[in-house]
Design a binder for this molecule. Structure first.
Ligand code: MF3
Ligand code: CO
Ligand code: CO
Length: 255
């Protein structure tokens, strides 16, 4: 069941989105060679608390960390630990927070210090694919229009789309209807986009093949072929006009 947000709920989603975006900016700025992923997670926990928010991921299906930190061939849901980031690594950061009952969900992949051109191109194409998808998030379109825009752009650049994980409605819960896949499923009907829908669009893009597997820790999703993966995500409001990106920092709500 899709939950359509009224004006009051939309304003609350804007604030939650601003908190999530601010935390993602803060955590991104904390990334440097030599830092461990546990230090990143602890820093994130501190920033989330400083904004008066709670991690939406910690404890979700027993997920044990505050933010998702996924390095290089890790796609999503990496676990914080003793690993030290090195110059040239790429790290995907996914921040989900709850603020006054509403969720903001946003992710990006950043280079640690710097990275080679191959990795930077993967990052850039994944980010642009997110904006291609967002541009289709307008009332009257269907979810498949978002999926097609993302897939077409990514595959035109020779990369592949992860199929096991998808975007989603978001609001009072992290994962609401509808699912928002980053690929077209031929013959499948998808929901019509209507004003008041709030959805997380989140392409996960692999430099090599699309296949992934889950490590023995039961969480970390990695590429089968060991090639790098990137992930970008925004929480977006569908309106009668242009899509509104909710996961943008707003000065009034920074702490
Ligand atoms: N990656 C997911 C998303 O952005 C959420 C992670 S759930 C967790 O929708 F439990 F792994 F944290
Ligand atoms: Co997310
Ligand atoms: Co999400």
């Amino acid at each position: 069941m899709i939950s359509y947000k009224n004006d009051r709920e939309i304003e609350a989603m804007r604030v939650a989105g601003a908190v999530a975006a601010t935390v993602l900016d803060e955590v991104s700025a904390f990334i440097r060679p030599g830092v461990t992923t546990r230090e990143i997670d602890e820093f994130a926990a501190g920033r989330i608390a400083a904004h008066g928010a709670k991690s939406a991921f910690l404890g979700y299906r027993k997920y044990p960390c505050n933010v998702c930190i996924s390095v290089n061939e890790e796609v999503v849901h990496g676990l914080a630990g003793a690993r030290r980031l090195q110059f040239g690594d790429i790290v995907s950061l996914d921040v989900g927070i709850r603020y006054e009952g509403f969720i903001g969900d946003t992710a990006r992949t950043v280079a640690v210090g710097g990275c080679d051109l191959r990795a930077q191109k993967l990052i850039d194409v994944t980010e642009k694919a997110l904006y291609e998808g967002i541009s289709q998030a307008v009332a009257g379109n269907r979810v498949v229009d978002i999926s097609r825009a993302v897939q077409t752009f990514v595959e035109a650049h020779g990369y592949s789309i992860v199929r096991e994980f998808v975007g989603h409605g978001v609001g009072r819960s992290v994962h609401e209807d509808p699912q928002v896949p980053n690929f077209v499923e031929p013959g499948k009907s998808t929901a019509k986009l209507k004003p008041g829908m709030t959805i997380a669009i989140e392409p996960m893009v692999n430099a090599g093949g699309p296949d992934v597997k889950i490590l023995k820790d039961k969480w970390t999703v990695v590429t089968q072929d060991g090639q790098f993966s990137a992930h970008f995500e925004h929480t977006v409001l569908v309106t009668a006009a242009a899509p509104e990106i909710l996961t943008c920092p707003r000065v009034a709500h920074t702490a």
